[in-house]
Design a protein around this ligand. Structure first.
Ligand code: NAD
Ligand code: UDP
Length: 319
């Protein structure tokens, strides 16, 4: 069945891939974005598609559209971007989510909330399971994002309990791939761009902190399965359980690009989580045995190829 679907934050990294997928599945997509971190170039190829519509709008301000489903992705995701205007970030999470839930209530539409592994903060449980309540600093420099996303989850459940709004919540673990903003500040894009330009690779702290990196196509498959099943509202972790230190990530990128870049160490940002790895038991159970298919090096190679083309650089510095 063809649905009309709103994606807030649809011009961003994940939103643009989700737009591609939903259009390919035969749906109509309304992409709403204020282009804070999103870019028209991410969705430029979709403008000629009659089933695609772009609305430049800030989700903090109320909106009305007639849709069957809402994917709420609007929110800057990289620490430098979400810390740039912390008050705006928390407003986006809280008021944007209220606006989506209010619209969903009126339309009887299903809402998908893009939450995050940041709700676990600097986790004391490893790997992280959905029943872990987290270890989050409520007054630190990451709090605008972490607490904004935690509050958004609360709002989803309150609208669900109080008004019967149909919700699905995903907790996304670090995801990477083509269309990340080259100056986004996240680790995968930073390291790849630095390697391709032959610049120093900036490892923050001693580089022993860990993350688990999911390639974007695996994540989007998980999104669509979660949105279209009726067993659970979530929250459900979606991510790749492969766990790497930042030094290992840097070494992989150095090897794949053949760069002569050297690793340098810079100060570790405040409240930087020590370790992160999703437990994906629930995703496997409820999402038709979902699990990621693209291993780190394969995903990194695709991302390196994308950045080298987008930046007009060679993907093999040594050749
Ligand atoms: P992104 O920065 O590329 O995309 C966010 C999009 O939201 C951008 O297009 C931006 O312009 C838009 N936006 C921001 N504030 C807005 C506002 N007030 N009104 C309208 N649009 C607004 O980041 P992304 O990686 O694509 O992240 C998408 C969602 O997924 C975010 O909610 C993020 O918190 C969540 N998430 C992403 C990751 C990841 O690893 N990529 C991890 C956890 C959670
Ligand atoms: N990081 C790094 N160098 C960079 C950017 C990030 O070493 O140039 C580290 C950062 O301190 C963190 C990890 O990489 O430990 C992941 O950072 P990112 O901002 O991508 O995501 P998040 O911290 O939100 O998981």
């Amino acid at each position: 069945m063809s649905l009309r679907i709103l994606i807030t934050g649809g011009a961003g990294f994940l939103g643009s891939h989700l737009s591609d997928r939903l259009l390919a599945d035969g749906h109509e997509v309304i992409c709403m974005d204020n282009l804070f971190t999103g870019r028209k170039v991410n969705i430029g190829h979709l403008f000629k598609n009659p089933k695609f519509e772009f609305i430049r709008h800030d989700v903090v301000d109320p909106f009305k559209v007639e849709v069957d489903q809402i994917y709420n992705l609007a929110c800057p995701a990289s620490p430098p971007h979400y810390q740039y205007n912390a008050i705006k970030t928390i407003k986006t999470s809280v008021m944007g989510t209220i606006n989506c839930l209010g619209l969903a209530k009126r339309l009887n539409a299903r809402v998908f909330q893009a939450s995050t592994s940041e709700v676990y903060g600097d986790p004391e449980v490893h790997p992280q399971t959905e029943d872990y309540w987290g270890h989050v600093n409520p007054i630190g420099i990451r709090s605008c994002y972490d607490e904004g996303k935690r509050c958004a989850e609360t709002l989803c459940f309150d609208y669900h309990r109080q008004n019967g709004v149909d919700i699905r919540i995903v907790r996304i673990f670090n995801t990477y791939g083509p269309r990340m903003h080259p100056n986004d500040g996240r680790v995968v894009s930073n390291f790849i761009v630095q390697a391709l330009k032959g610049e120093d690779i900036t490892v923050y702290g001693d580089g022993t902190q860990t993350r688990s990196f999911c390639y974007v196509s695996d994540l989007i498959e998980g999104f669509v399965r979660l949105m279209n099943q009726d067993e659970t509202t979530g929250p459900i972790n979606i991510g790749n359980p492969g766990e790497f230190t930042m030094l290992e990530l840097a070494e992989n990128i150095i090897e794949l690009t053949g760069t002569s870049s050297k690793i340098i160490h810079e100060d570790l940002p405040l409240d930087d989580p020590r370790q992160r790895k999703p437990d994906i038991t629930l995703a496997k159970k409820h999402l038709d045995d979902w699990s990621p298919e693209i291993p780190l090096r394969e995903g990194l190679q695709k991302t390196i190829d994308h950045f080298s083309e987008a930046l007009g650089l060679s993907s093999k510095i040594g050749f």
